[in-house]
Design a protein around this ligand. Sequence first.
Ligand code: ZN
Length: 351
Amino acid sequence: MVAIDSGATTGGTYEGVTFQADKYSDGGMTSSTQDEIAGTTADTLFKTERYGNYSYKIPVTTGTFTIKLFMAEIFNTAAGARSFNVSVEGRAVLSNLDLFSQAGHDGAFEYVVENVRVTDGTLDITLQSIVDNATLAGFAIYSADGRLDTSRPEPEPEPSNCNGYVAITYDDGPTGNTGNFVNALKSANLVPVTFFVNGSAIGNNRNAIQQMLQVGEVQSHSFNHVDMGNYSSAQVTDQLSRDIQAIQNAGAPKPTIFRPPYGTLNATIRQAASALGLYAITWDVDSQDWNGASVQNIVSAAGRLQNGQVILMHENQNNSLQAIPQIAANLKSRGLCPGRISPTTGRAVAP
Ligand code: ZN
């Protein structure tokens, strides 16, 4: 009767059911993975999610409904890393759900709720986070006697509150701290961000790159994190092409932006990067996190960001992790939103 692909911007037909793009949500944020999903042929449905503490409010006529819930653990890779509750029309239907324990990482999980009587005009599906975020990949509702109430107006999309965009960037990953950064960024809704990564640090840690992609873009920071000030064009090309390959091998799109280690940038480096399709940038604001800046100093540095500017931070600096909630609040108070970096201008732009 009605099926919604949570977190999706377009609809599609999966396993014979036509799903619409995400709508009827009240709160929550969206994310996605590029990984394949096990246990289903409807991978596209499970690859996007809406997460957080939120509800779906579906306008329906009075009737008795069956609700099929679709979920996947597209982020965490261990049991106990996520736990949440789901209720329908105020009735608890799933409690302390740990998707990893149910279906593993990137595994499809489906749950059917039957005999849901709706008499108040709105079918409520409510998600409550306990550990990490509650998540839903989609849902389908069916009824013999009820139907979607199309007499009520469709919900209006929320207006943008962004007066401008800034680029939040983290260098030197992936590290053992990637998951903590990604969780903190999600919790603070400080997304998207840009990670400048070193191919030598990726190793077999494909999962860290996949986690980064859930909150932003993965771009190049050279393979070995070397100062290339005295490098020949061929040496620069070697560093960058190996980094591009490592990033793509980890399942990320081909990078389009390069930030040189130590900010060392000259004509040789610029031209070699450009020949590989990489726009070389440094930063507008240096948080000084690498130099022992306190959480408050890092927050203050982010407070100087103006529309279009880029701030330098690092994924191996715990103070930058701790600064995330305050940076998010500060930007919001100034009407600035996180953006992506344009590969033609190097400026922060709308995602
Ligand atoms: Zn670096």
